[in-house]
Design a protein around this ligand. Structure first.
Ligand code: HEM
Length: 453
């Protein structure tokens, strides 16, 4: 994609003389990006306050940034800098040699064979949750499905990755994470930074949320460091990892950053993917009927197991289509280290290059009638014929999601386990709005009722 250096800037609006497009971004980033793509096409340049930004929509451009020319696209963006106040220098936020080393250490935990060993724990956690659902179904009580999915995925992440039972702390942990992320999001969208030391209500709430998170994570690490019979899980690998050159282990601070990152990245996105799947299935009863027919046929009334994974094809397609329309990791950014040229337009070093799966997953050249929920878009022949970067709920290239296989297993097993026994229905009048944070979440939770099948 490189071309002469004198390439022109991409088309796009200048917005307000001082703030650029920041007011629109803060009001509704998805609306802004949809409008930009409609008005200007696949590549758009615009300022957010004093920061030059670009939005890329075409799969060729996305492949270029994430894969072909990934070395030129770092993570030194404002969003990542702000996220570091929660996650420190963990896998998601680190860059360069430190990131490479941490990714090497974490890699073995996410190999397919290892992940398969987590299936029973995933199903046990799901089973534990469903025990409480019989009562919900007979009383017809409304409940927040998002909260239920957060609790179960947090429990799964705690047990599989760190051999820790976080059931007791789950609510406190989820709430603290939500608060920290909401505040971080506000900070990303501000023109100017407010010093973190000022005694404002927001800073106090952030510090209190971080204290809760730090205490829980420090407790997990201390308990494990003290115990001799450490399980060979991710936490053990992180604790015992030695730098190839210096032979040194990770400091408590580095460990804390990795544990916090994996705990957050390992449950929040998966919980939201499950939540949106229940929402979309309730809105598309004909697809739900096909899903239930597959579950009845493949499982014949017995609980699902790891071995059922390949046969639950339609279940997999429902999940893929759910993450096409409502991808939990809907937006991420990169900063070019050196000047680049994409599609004949200049991409100066330091520009905030934004990539949104939410927007590309609706590109009509690749997704006809994009708002329609149609799992059969993911039939094998259709996938093979499509551009590999037309769909990227887990990003792609070397910095693609390390937990992709883990998440896909957890999603398929839990959707099968839950939909086999319960049908979830929307609560009429409950507003379903997108909260566009680091991840896409339901702003008012997702109230539903459960009905035994
Ligand atoms: C449906 C579930 C999931 C979705 C949609 C998702 C999505 C993503 C996306 C889009 C990225 C790239 C972010 C960026 O480039 O800034 C990413 C990175 C990452 N994800 Fe996931 N993820 C999911 C589940 C998981 C799970 C289960 C884990 C761990 C157990 C995990 C751990 C990570 C980590 C550590 C990274 C950073 C990887 C790196 O930069 O080397 N994710 N994920």
């Amino acid at each position: 994609m490189s071309a002469p250096r004198s390439a022109p800037p991409a088309p796009g609006p200048r917005g307000n003389w001082l703030l650029g497009m920041l007011p629109q971004f803060r009001a509704d980033p998805i609306q802004l990006f949809s409008d930009l793509a409609t008005d200007y096409g696949d590549i758009v340049a615009f300022p957010l306050f004093n920061r030059p930004c670009m939005l890329l929509r075409h799969p060729d451009q996305i492949a270029w940034v994430l894969k072909e020319n990934h070395r030129n696209y770092g993570k030194n963006t404002r969003g990542i800098q702000k996220l570091k106040s929660i996650l420190g220098e963990g896998l998601l936020t680190a860059d360069g040699p430190h990131w490479r080393r941490q990714r090497r250490i974490a890699g073995p935990t996410f190999r397919p064979k290892r992940i398969g060993g987590f299936a029973d724990t995933m199903l046990q956690a799901g089973e534990g949750m469903l025990e409480g659902w019989e009562g919900l179904a007979s009383s017809g009580e409304e409940f927040d499905v998002n909260e239920a999915m957060m609790t179960v995925t947090l429990r799964i992440a705690g047990e599989t990755l760190f051999s820790t039972d976080v059931t007791d702390e789950a609510k406190e942990l989820s709430q603290a994470l939500s608060t920290a992320m909401q505040i971080t999001n506000k900070r990303v969208g501000r023109a100017l930074d407010m010093p973190a030391s000022w005694p404002t209500a927001e800073n106090r709430a952030f510090r209190s949320a971080m204290r809760t998170l730090d205490e829980i994570v420090a407790g997990m690490i201390a308990e494990r460091r003290a115990s001799d019979d450490s399980e060979a899980d991710l936490l053990a690998m992180l604790i015992h990892a030695r730098d190839e050159e210096t032979g040194e282990g990770m400091s408590d601070e580095q460990l804390r950053d990795e544990v916090m990152t994996l705990l957050l990245a390992g449950h929040e996105t998966t919980a939201n993917a499950l939540t949106w799947t229940w929402h979309l299935l309730a809105a598309n009863p004909q697809c739900r009927a096909k899903l239930e027919a597959e579950l009845d046929r493949v499982l014949g009334g017995r609980p699902p197991t790891l071995e059922d994974y390949p046969a639950l094809e339609y279940t997999g397609r429902v999940i893929d289509e759910s993450m096409r329309l409502l991808p939990p990791g809907w937006l991420f950014g990169r900063a070019p280290i050196e000047d680049d040229v994409i599609d004949g337009f200049s991409v100066p070093a330091g520009t905030l290059v934004m990539i949104s799966s939410y927007i590309t997953h609706r590109h009509t050249d690749f997704w006809p009638d994009p708002e329609r929920f149609d799992p059969d878009r993911f039939l094998p022949a259709a996938c093979e014929a499509r551009h590999p970067f037309a769909y990227f709920p887990f990003s792609g290239g070397p910095r693609g999601c390390i937990g992709r296989g883990f998440a896909l297993l957890e999603l398929r097993l839990l959707v099968a386990q839950i939909a086999q026994r319960f049908r979830l229905e929307a609560v009429p009048g409950h507003p379903v709005e997108l909260e566009k944070l680091v991840t896409l979440r339901p702003l008012h939770g997702l109230l539903m009722t459960a009905h035994a099948r």
